[in-house]
Design a protein around this ligand. Structure first.
Ligand code: S3P
Length: 441
């Protein structure tokens, strides 16, 4: 499917976005490990999170869909999972694969995980290495570093103090989850703080955690209990509209009920630093296990933007928003430097290369760095044919670029948007007040 985008003259209104992807994955997985009922509302019914639900069903957990985004899971506790009778397909979802490997490392059975072509290229040794140190057997392609991977779990796993070379919430979560079945404390130390949904939610489900700065320890012996989870809107999906509104003409956009956990809101800080007029009104807390996940209504209006420097501990706080941020940087006056972001090369695509190449086709002056991008802003983008390379966040960022460009932009390979944001185009067209983005085969 390709999307034809015409520039917008205005972008106005109030919208909601689907549930947070990271919180939805965790709600499904923690609910599957908990004893008793977990009731999730606002679950993201995108392909990635549906892959997690399918996986927990394959592991023997009953999952009932009550309505849109509303699920009941009846978990049997930490000893109840059963050997899946087929390969588990994680699709495009790195979170599904990495979090599951952590759980499977402690299950007394054999399981095999695979994924689509993009996921099969992504590094898995960052989770399999510490899990092997804990006693699990993880084997697969390229020395057990690429899917398909086979996992034979063992119980108990050995206690571990793991100093992670990357600031990755997926790695942190996989190791902490394995710690639920360890014979002593399991500690993960990160080089920079990554998103902390696991710490907040696992604690609410009943796990014993202690946190000191960038170090988290899971103490074994806790039992998880089913919870009510209300998932806030995904700030990573809201990002596309916030970026479009900040950079576009005649824009005033409010995105309601967005998760504003501070480990996820780096984009808001950077847009403000670039001169965007952005305000937030707290809209309460999620229920149950997301009680500690704040939500807010976010409002952005057209602003004169200037370039900025984005690096260091800010990077994990906006890692998924960099494609959208790069588009605003093209419009901003001056230079934007994005550094310390080499992780972008191992996302759903090599996003450093993809951003430079595709925005380059639209006349942007973007150069690749090994660990980031340099963007010379202030050039008018021009419509062109560009491709997402099968990466959902690239697809949506390129649609936003098309809104700000002269002439028509065609974004190819856009089915992937359904992995995280079904309904993206309808929401965008509603804000534009007229169809600015339409689909062709
Ligand atoms: C996620 C963590 C991040 C992020 C991904 C979701 C999570 O990945 O990019 O979209 O839910 O834990 P890394 O852990 O690889 O940084």
């Amino acid at each position: 499917m390709r999307i034809h985008v015409t520039p917008v003259r205005r972008l106005r209104g109030e919208v909601t976005v689907p549930g947070d992807k990271s919180i939805s994955h965790r709600a499904a997985l923690f609910g599957a490990l908990a004893a008793g009922r977990t009731e999730i509302s606002g679950f993201l019914e995108g392909e990635d999170c549906l892959a997690t639900l399918k996986a927990v069903r394959a592991l023997g957990v009953e999952v009932i869909r009550k309505g849109a985004g509303h699920y009941l899971l009846d978990g049997g506790g930490l000893a109840a999972l059963v050997e899946p009778d087929d390969v588990i397909d994680c699709g495009n979802s790195g979170t599904t694969a990495r979090l599951l490997i952590g759980v499977l490392a402690a299950q007394p059975f054999w399981s095999v995980l695979t994924g689509d072509a993009s996921l099969r290229r992504r590094p898995m040794d960052r989770v399999s290495a510490p899990l092997r140190q804990m006693g699990a057997t993880v084997v697969g392609r390229q020395g057990g570093s690429r899917l398909p991977l086979a996992v034979t779990g063992t119980r108990p796993l050995r206690a571990l103090r793991f100093v992670s070379p990357v600031a990755s919430a997926q790695v942190k979560t996989a190791v902490l989850l394995a710690g639920l079945w360890a014979d002593g404390p399991v500690t993960v130390e990160e080089p920079a703080q990554s998103r902390d949904h696991t710490e907040r939610m696992l604690g609410a489900f009943g796990a014993h955690l202690s946190i000191a700065g960038r170090t988290v320890t899971l103490h074994p012996g806790g039992q998880l209990r089913g919870q009510a989870v209300s998932v806030p809107g995904d700030v990573s999906s809201a990002a596309f509209f916030l970026a479009a509104a900040a950079a576009g003409p005649d824009a005033a956009v409010t995105v309601k009920g967005v998760g504003v956990n501070p480990t996820r809101t780096g984009l808001l800080d950077v847009l403000a630093q670039m001169g965007a007029r952005i305000s937030r009104q707290e809209s309460g807390l999620g229920l149950g296990a997301t009680a500690a996940e704040p939500a807010a209504d976010l409002r952005v209006t057209s602003s004169a933007l200037r370039g900025t420097v984005v690096r260091g501990p800010l990077i994990p706080r906006l890692i998924d928003e960099i494609p959208a941020l790069a588009v605003t940087a093209c419009v901003a006056e001056g230079v934007t430097e994005i550094r310390d972001a080499a992780e972008l090369r191992v996302k759903e695509s090599d996003r450093i290369h993809a951003i430079a190449a595709e925005l380059g086709r639209m006349g942007a002056r973007v150069s690749e760095r090994a660990d980031g991008l340099q963007i010379h802003g202030g050039t008018r983008l021009r419509g062109a044919t560009v491709s997402s390379g099968g990466d959902h966040r690239m697809a949506m960022a390129l649609v936003v670029a098309g809104l700000l460009a002269d002439g028509e932009t065609v974004v190819e390979d856009t089915d992937c948007i359904a992995t995280s944001f079904p309904g993206f185009l309808d929401t965008l067209n509603a804000l534009a007040g007229a169809p600015c983005a339409r689909v062709s085969a």
